[in-house]
Design a protein around this ligand. Structure first.
Ligand code: ZN
Length: 491
């Protein structure tokens, strides 16, 4: 398949034609969730962005190994080295075993992802299952001279590293500015510099998640798991590393420093970051009272929502924006997405019942090439959606009998919708899955009513035909008699 995917690389800040390291094979690592609470819209955006990239690379014929980790240890509150582990805190408050917290929220996360039609990654490694590998990785950094042991903990020596390699190259930050922005060390601190970060933390007596190490009982620092598991499953150098823009600094910057220190070279060829979601123009957060979990979207149980929102509407809403742009959520914006998706769904259904003509009465543009071009241009999903709407105009005119389409043109349009709307954008409408079966059954039932109405009309049984039309109209259906028969849609 001819394609020239370009990805915006955060490191170089230019768009680069995508060239995988091993021909035909792509290694992709994406920072997954820290599982200590329900997933929200931010989790959905990251998962959907990389799911779409995963789907597209696979569609282009690459064999993709997609690794998405589970952070279940070492992610501390306040992103500083002296906070409490987020999972341990939840376990303490709810009197649960930490792994109970992890399993509980991981099961819920998987349920949410399934409903959003996010495909499972190839490997989903847990940080807590890779303690030995992380200890070995720390040893390599110590041997290279870029880390030091201090009171049972091991810290990465940022100033020392910066003498040999630029620290801050991903985020474009400069070490002097960073130092002036951080608090002074108070002399009691184990760290040599405020910029140094923990590779291994000594466990305090109340800490329940700890493992033995050459430096004593402790646990790994959060940034370490991704460098370690990326190398373990994708090799010393791999193609794509993704995550939310909020992870760019310090998490990904620290990952780069760790892998350069341990391996002597960069691990990642392309850094891809999805932008954040704001709610009514404000940052999303529990303190802003605008924190909506995916569960709450699906049930409609939140003051900012007027009813349940279908997972496919959330997915469509997210893909209507380019992944690198900030996306602002509001209930009216979500409802506009619902309408837009309903239009495409109606069109897709009409496409299935179009009758071909000898030849087309209009020239159908090459939508397929335009859609591939849009995906190749840094995964421009909003452009793909607008191309589907352009194609919809022609399909709907044909369905209304205003224009005629040849069999060849109808096949091309069907392929366009099957590949781009169903497969790549992942809209689970009318497919064989659970939601698709329900849609199929519902459409079949309405089609059956249309058939009964048609027979009633043929027998001049106006009472029955009017009853069906009026009752369906009251239920919100729009019924039109066209040259091709009867057309129905939801108003
Ligand atoms: Zn990570």
């Amino acid at each position: 398949m001819a394609s020239n995917l370009s990805l915006y690389n955060s490191l170089s800040r230019i768009k680069q034609p995508f060239e995988p390291i091993h021909e035909g094979h792509v290694g992709m690592y994406v920072c997954g969730p820290t599982v200590y609470g329900d997933a929200h819209l931010g989790h959905a955006r990251a998962a959907i962005t990389f799911d779409t990239l995963f789907r597209y690379l696979t569609h282009l014929g690459y064999k993709v190994r997609y690794v998405r980790n589970i952070t279940d240890v070492g992610h501390l509150e306040h992103d500083s080295d002296d906070g409490e582990d987020k999972i341990q805190k939840k376990a303490r408050l709810e009197q649960l075993e930490p792994m109970e917290v992890v399993q509980f929220y991981l099961n819920r996360y998987h349920d949410d992802m399934k409903r959003l039609n996010v495909l499972p990654p190839s490997i989903e490694p847990h940080a807590s299952g890779h303690i030995i590998e992380q200890i070995e990785y720390i040893k390599k950094i110590l041997e290279a001279g870029y880390a030091y042991e201090s009171n049972g903990s091991v810290y990465f020596d940022v100033p020392k590293y910066n003498q040999d390699h630029p620290y801050g190259k991903l985020s474009g930050r400069n070490i002097d500015d960073m130092i002036s922005a951080t608090r002074e060390l108070d002399g009691q601190d184990e760290k040599h510099s405020p910029l140094d970060f923990a590779l291994w933390k000594k466990a305090s007596p109340e800490h329940i998640m700890h493992w033995p190490s050459p430096w004593g009982e402790g646990f790994p620092g959060w940034h370490l798991e991704c460098s370690t598991m990326g190398e373990k499953y994708l090799g010393e150098t791999f193609d794509i590393h993704g995550g939310g823009l909020d992870l760019l600094f310090p998490h990904h910057e620290c990952e780069i420093a760790q892998s350069v220190a341990a391996q002597g070279h960069d691990a990642v060829k392309y850094w891809v970051h999805n932008n954040m979601i704001t709610i009514d123009g404000k940052k999303m957060g529990k303190s802003y009272n605008n924190f909506i979990t995916l569960e709450q979207f699906f049930s409609g149980d939140h003051p900012l929502l007027e009813g349940p929102v279908s997972p496919m509407v959330i997915r469509f809403f997210i893909l209507q924006a380019h992944y690198r742009g900030l996306l602002d959520f509001s209930y009216p914006a979500l409802m506009a997405s619902e309408k837009a998706l309903q239009k495409l769904t109606d069109t897709y259904r009409r496409l299935g019942s179009l009758l071909p003509a000898e030849k087309s009465t209009i020239e159908v543009p090459d939508f397929m090439s335009l859609a591939y071009e849009a995906m190749d241009d840094d995964m421009n999903t909003p452009k793909v959606i607008s191309i589907l709407f352009d194609a919809s105009k022609i399909i709907n005119s044909a369905s209304a009998g205003e224009v005629k389409l040849s069999k060849n043109d109808i096949t091309k349009l069907r392929n366009l919708f099957d590949i781009f709307l169903i497969n790549l954008l992942g809209m689970n409408i009318g497919s064989e899955s659970e939601g698709g079966n329900a849609t199929k059954a519902y459409e079949g039932a309405v089609d059956l009513l249309m058939e009964i109405r048609k027979n009633a009309k043929a027998q001049k049984d106006w009472t029955t035909s009017d009853l069906i039309r009026d009752r369906l109209s009251n239920l919100g259906f729009d019924i039109k008699d066209t040259k091709n028969g009867v057309e129905w849609s939801v108003k």
